[in-house]
Design a protein around this ligand. Sequence first.
Ligand code: SF4
Length: 445
Amino acid sequence: MRNGLTQHSCEAKRASVHTLGCRLNQSESSLIAEQLEAAGYEVVPFGQNADLGIINTCTVTGEADSKSRQLVRSFIRKNPHAYTAVIGCYSQMGYRTLAEIEGVDLIVGNQEKLNVLDYVAAGKNDTPLVVRDRIDRDDFTIEITGDAPLTRRANLKIQDGCDFMCSFCIIPFARGRARSRSMDNLIQEARSLAERGAKEIVLTGVNVGTYAYEEATIVDVVEWLNEIEGVERIRISSIEPTTIPENLFELMNRDDHALVPYLHVPLQSGSNKVLHLMKRRYSREAYLDFIWHAHRSVPGLCLGTDILVGTPGEGESEFEETLRLLEESPLAYAHVFKYSERPGTAASRYPDKVDTATQNRRSARIRRASDVKRRGFYEARLGQSVEVLFEHEENGYWTGYTGNYIRVAVRSSEQLENEVRSVTLERLAGDYALGSLEQPALVAS
Ligand code: SF4
């Protein structure tokens, strides 16, 4: 439902959307940008003059909170007459602080964020309108409005919220209980994304492995997407270790299936003591068993992870256990995060806090170890022929990713945007594997 105000106020108006945080936030911002275009706004890059600014915030760390505030202030400074709307996770958790920022007109939490345009008024408010409804527990659908051509991988939101309540995590408070998107509705959007040119669909959510709509699970989602014409790749963005169905491996191994050999499986810590403090649902041994089993089940599988350093109670020996697990397991890379105390979480009441210098030192060691792992994963595939979905061109080099998430660059004068092409990997250069394009086999006339 769109109120009359929006129709009246959007002729030739310029809007910009800026997103902080996760892939799920990015997928929601894309949906909002499509709604803006459908409502007649010209969507301009953030930083250009705009009449309406929508800042999609994050609250996963204290740093994310301050970045959200900085972005809001910088938009208002640059566009003092514009209508400023702040949405998302920090709006849900930090709305009082946001309401104190002069120039903010609208603050919308996660329940109504995809309906933000319903609340955008014709003119600025003296005091911000705060829309922070209780977050539903029901399964959901999303209105699909986009029709612009796509030349990149597309994110597809299939799930929201989480029931796992890890002790360090604010997400269940910000995004509510786990709930799933109706299968028909997500298939409808996936069809539209494929028709518009997206060749890779990336499944996003907060805890996608807990997808449960009527009888359907994440495997059913992947199977349905595999039937859609034009979908050449399906990627699961991130999935909790205890929620991964065995038969995903079978699908990854099938040549005629679009599910790519890639799994990002958050570990957080390699110490049973810290996993217990984190209220994670597996032990170090169970995680290792799973990772080795996955590695043996799918040739060429890329296994990535998230590691959180500096959780209260993490001593040097616990940290060393985490580092050793990363170094000695078939993990190909690790994203590292520093513990940030989040209000209302169980860990915020824990003793034995870890100081910032120690957190910095530990995250630097994980980052170095991850670089070594990633290089090893790439090096092991030099000389191989791989399929790359090309996305960007810079200085004569086209770059893109393989199914198993190798970042590839080739020198070519061809137009390769959104093309899947075969490449022979030759050597490493910085964050890339450099390769040469294989010429498609000539079809005998
Ligand atoms: S699984 Fe844990 S870390 Fe992930 S969103 Fe849920 S509570 Fe947070």
